[in-house]
Design a protein around this ligand. Structure first.
Ligand code: HEC
Length: 114
């Protein structure tokens, strides 16, 4: 039982570290794994008009909005007005991703694309 308790406390601690980080900018290093598992399918090849990782021209106007806006668009979904491409679907269709994981992946994209 005490082992369970300490495991629970440990999880709580890790969780509070996560949420502290979520309110700040994401962590690009941690975002690599999130990107590779959930974002690369569209953002590496530019499927459906997705801005490609590392494409500075495509990312410039998006990055201008600020990283917080990009994170919100990734969580809630986003379609550029007038775009004939696909929309960014909420959380890339993976509702189990945490907001912090999304912020980390966005941080990686921004860092690699400016
Ligand atoms: C099924 C394809 C697909 C997947 C998977 C996907 N995206 Fe996207 N994403 C898009 C498309 C298409 C757009 C362009 C939408 C537009 O601007 O109309 C986009 C746009 C974006 C933008 C720019 C939003 C803006 O405000 O300009 C961000 C940031 C982004 N995606 C992050 C992510 C992250 C992070 C992941 C992984 C967790 C991810 N995407 C996974 C298709 C995808």
């Amino acid at each position: 039982m005490s082992r369970f308790l300490s495991a629970a406390l440990c999880a709580l601690f890790v969780c509070s570290v996560c949420s502290t980080e979520a309110s700040a900018a994401g962590n690009a290093t941690k975002g690599k794994a999130v990107y590779d598992a959930n974002c690369t399918a569209c953002h590496t090849a530019g499927i459906g008009g997705a801005p490609k990782l590392g494409d500075k021209v495509a990312w410039k106007p998006r990055i201008k909005q600020g990283e917080a806006v990009l994170v919100t668009h990734t969580i809630k979904g986003w379609k550029t007005p007038g775009s004939t491409g696909m929309a960014m679907i909420p959380k890339a269709g993976k509702p189990n991703l945490t907001d912090a994981q999304i912020a980390d992946a966005v941080a990686l994209m921004v860092k690699s694309s400016k």
